[in-house]
Design a protein around this ligand. Sequence first.
Ligand code: NDP
Length: 449
Amino acid sequence: MSDILENVKKRDPHEPEFHQAAEEVIDSIGPVLEKHPEFRKHKVLERLLEPERQISFKVSWVDDQGEVQVNRGYRVQMNSAIGPYKGGLRFHPSVYPGILKFLAFEQTFKNALTGLPMGGGKGGSDFNPKGKSDGEVMRFCQNFFMELNRHVGHRIDVPAGDIGVGSREIGYMFGTYKKLSNEFTGVLTGKGVGWGGSLLRTEATGYGLVYFSENMLNHINDSVKGKTCLVSGSGNVAQHTVEKLLHMGAKPISVSDSSGFIYDEEGIDEDKLAYIKELKNVKRGRIKEYAEKYSSAKYFASEKDQSSNPLWDIKADCAFPCATQNEVNAKDAENLVKNKVVLIGEGANMPLEADAAKIVIDSDILYSPGKASNAGGVATSGIEMMQNYMGSYWSKEQVDKKLQEIMKEIHTNCLQASEEYGFKNDYVKGANIYSFKKVARATIAQGII
Ligand code: NDP
């Protein structure tokens, strides 16, 4: 097993995030390979670790000053064993193939967990939408999709949003796709309601995270109700995590962005959440402005090279990291353990560094990996695809019911898989084992190609 990881590192030495994601899966599935020698024989793991296709392309566009700008665009089509490639697009200056490979690898397992026929993919660009005008974002999206259009399709590869890609960007890309292909199919998910989008798709990742957490707490005869909750991020996932926590009677007390976080001792209520949505989605402002508006809140600016994030040292019952990968380090994890947090639910993908995850797994905190607890977003993208295939719309109640069923099913499958292999209540191992077996069986059935 260690030779497989070594080989991955040797082939692509400058992709630490991909190595981290690969190592976590490899660590989990040892006993599965023992029990299923056919998986070893067919080199399933080695094959899952290599993208089926990786596309890199130039995106030229013109800014508001008339200057030509050049960015890089990517799509990693990781695995199509159980369905068309599916996964978001990220626009952020940190984007490079290693980040996208880690995300596409995680996505393959996440999509298998949903029970829907979706393979794994991820894409994006090092373009930074922050501070850009709507016109600049539109011109970038148009040029980006002019190339991506050659590689996607509603039965081939169906991208969605991620960091830096919300409904505005999806709209500009969908318009470009329609102009180029002269047809209206569900080539992207996260579309606006009224032009092919699904009700609740925007809310689904955050809502699903809270539903999953409620399942974890119910399993130990507890509930989200009344819990004080730390949330990081203030984008799509964080906003709808806060919203569902409020619906379920919990008390969210923090949100953040890449400049810092706010701690509101009195709790973020519906009105304050509406302010955050307006601030982040419409005005595209900074979270610091929350503390200027509400005297109950304190703002803490992020410091360069800080050894830990004081956000994770605030006393609370639950923690929901919903910003980005590796935002919680070992010291933060120690603080969460010291403060006797009951549950950590990952909204972001791989928000805990490997050392931090180890500390949490060795404690008695309930801990869900993103590939299980944030799968509600892609599951609802799958529901959007179904509606597009059928040419119809589901009601909000239908989508919400299906989302709750899927999150419950993922919870049950993770627990059963972890128990079957002797790891009691280990959601990380359970998620990896259940999804690996599913993708492995499909891989073997389809032959060596
Ligand atoms: P958004 O772009 O809507 O929001 C991202 C938030 O995280 C912003 O508050 C942003 O702050 C902050 N952030 C981003 N990068 C960093 C960084 N390097 N350091 C600190 N803060 C940062 O993205 P989403 O809410 O959609 O995505 C958040 C996470 O959830 C990601 O890990 C994504 O992969 C994952 N996810 C998203 C899904 C979805 O449906 N959207 C589905 C499943 C997972 P700032 O504004 O300053 O950049």
